[in-house]
Design a protein around this ligand. Structure first.
Ligand code: GLN
Length: 482
């Protein structure tokens, strides 16, 4: 086995036992990236020198955490000190972080090395990573296909073994959907579990930083490090952070899992359904009981989500006006500066969201769109609250289809928006959920989504971990001659 074949927890263990140094890990991984990333396009920047310097410092000290010495990649919308952070947008192409996001600060304290920035859809808007202004990302299982999005770079680099763990961000599915399409595990925590300080805002009431890795244990390990109250983000919760890694192996007997009938419709791809059904049968053998439930407001999810998220995006992106941060395009007049900077700096999809957002917020339409959407959001949340009186967890597909060909949906935004049909409700309710691979169909990975009640990350991770053991290994593509 090569160093990149191991998982993060194993690497940290070898470092602890002095069988390996952290500098060796960074060196090996960066060589792997050099050999493989031309095909994948997962990284937009790489801070090899600073990562190596940090690794050397760590090699001099004793480990203080379960992931000590392990490099972890950051999605390119997570700010890190003195490193480029561009949200894969032209408007921020030269922006260098002036501080560390809280997650980055916590990682460094635990001896986890921020290494590289992951490609993404510009400002996290998209479901295929085709909206990156930098380059396209390929799905490691089939280079002609999309990796999903918007955290497509994070998912693809983990599947291609160019990273052990990558952070992503999830506003309506951007961690879970690419995880599903690339055959890796992706967790979106409860809203308020992980600090958003230093995450470039898209939809502030929806955004959460999430974790992607090749197994559940690695995710649990990093979540322990980054989660918890942060005085710099008043929406974080002070509920204590459990030691997730110690709760992964509990028996699943007597657990009741709900299957929402609105998610299992005729439009669901047959291969996806087959794979999910196999997983359900495997879980039944562990003593899990299944029950049909209803989430009646699901049909309004996509329209509600795109109204709310675009409204918030329009407000959040107003700051990129040419005065600060970004690449100013004119000094003629204030108006000319705004117009030229934003016209040249933002891509098509971002402009579309800004227009939708301003439209639904403008005085004549506010009641009809934004207010109505906020009311429906409440009903969607109540659907889940009722469901969790009957069941412990909810199981659904993560994406209605496996990875599609590049270019297939990009010219049709409405079809693209439908990719998020199974993930957006969870985001609007602020609930935690994970996508776990259930296996392969026609050479492409399928994923299931496990949704938990608020702050039940421990239970989600527990079920995901036990399931992983019954399912067996996912074979990741080699990517190079061994
Ligand atoms: N695909 C969804 C969108 O384009 C979700 C994006 C996200 O979660 N960041 O808005």
């Amino acid at each position: 086995m090569k160093i990149y074949d191991y998982c993060a927890t194993e690497i940290a263990k070898m470092i602890k036992e002095k069988k390996l140094t952290s500098s060796e890990v960074v060196e090996e991984l960066s060589e792997r990236i050099d050999r493989v990333d031309d095909k994948i396009g997962a990284y937009v920047s790489l801070n090899k020198d600073s990562a190596l310097e940090f690794a050397k410092e760590l090699d001099e000290k004793e480990p203080n955490s379960k992931l000590y010495g392990v490099p972890v990649a950051l999605k390119d919308n997570i700010v890190s000190y003195k490193e480029k952070t561009t949200a894969a947008s032209k408007i921020l192409k030269d922006y260098v972080g002036t501080y560390d996001a809280t997650v980055v600060k916590r990682m460094k304290k635990a001896g986890v090395i921020p290494f590289g920035k992951a490609n993404m859809d510009e400002f996290a808007m998209g479901s295929s990573t085709e909206n990156s202004s930098v380059k396209n990302v390929s799905n490691p299982f089939d280079l002609e296909r999309i990796p999903g999005g918007s955290s497509g770079g994070s998912a693809a680099m983990v599947a291609a073994k160019e990273a052990y763990i990558a952070l992503g961000s999830d506003t309506g599915g951007s961690v879970r959907q690419p995880a599903s399409l690339c055959g890796v595990v992706g967790l979106k925590p409860t809203y308020g579990r992980v600090s958003r300080y230093g995450l470039m805002a898209f939809g502030s009431s929806l955004d959460q930083i999430g974790v992607l890795a090749r197994n559940t244990e690695d995710i649990a390990g990093l979540l322990e490090i980054i989660a918890g109250y942060d005085e710099l983000d008043p929406t974080t919760s002070d509920i204590p952070v459990p030691e997730y890694t110690k709760l992964l192996d509990k028996e699943l007997k007597d657990l009741v899992i709900g299957l929402p009938k609105e998610y299992y419709t005729k439009t669901l791809d047959k291969d996806v359904l087959d794979s999910i059904n196999t997983a359900i049968e495997q879980l039944k053998k562990e003593g899990v009981k299944f029950k049909e439930i209803s989430l009646p407001h699901t049909k309004y999810a996509i329209s509600t989500y795109y109204i709310i998220s675009s409204a918030e995006a329009a407000s959040n992106l107003a700051r990129y006006d040419g005065v600060r941060y970004c690449d100013r395009k004119s000094n003629e007049s204030v108006e000319d500066m705004y117009v030229k900077t934003r016209t040249q700096g933002f891509g098509k999809e971002v402009k579309r969201r800004i227009m939708i957002g301003n439209y639904v917020l403008c005085s004549g339409f506010y009641d009809a769109y934004y207010k109505k959407a906020s009311q429906i959001r409440r009903l969607i949340k109540e659907d889940f609250e009722k469901a969790f009186k009957e069941v412990d967890l909810i199981l659904t597909p993560t994406s209605p289809v496996t990875a599609t060909k590049k270019g297939e949906k990009i010219s049709d935004p409405l079809t693209m928006y439908l990719s998020d049909i199974y993930t957006v409700c969870v985001s609007m309710a602020g609930l935690p959920s994970i996508s776990v691979p259930t296996g392969m169909k026609n050479g492409l990975p399928v994923g299931m989504q496990l949704i938990g009640d608020y702050f039940k990350e421990d239970l989600i991770l527990n079920v995901s971990n036990v399931y992983e053991k019954i399912r067996g290994q996912i074979e990741y593509p080699e990517m190079e001659e061994k």
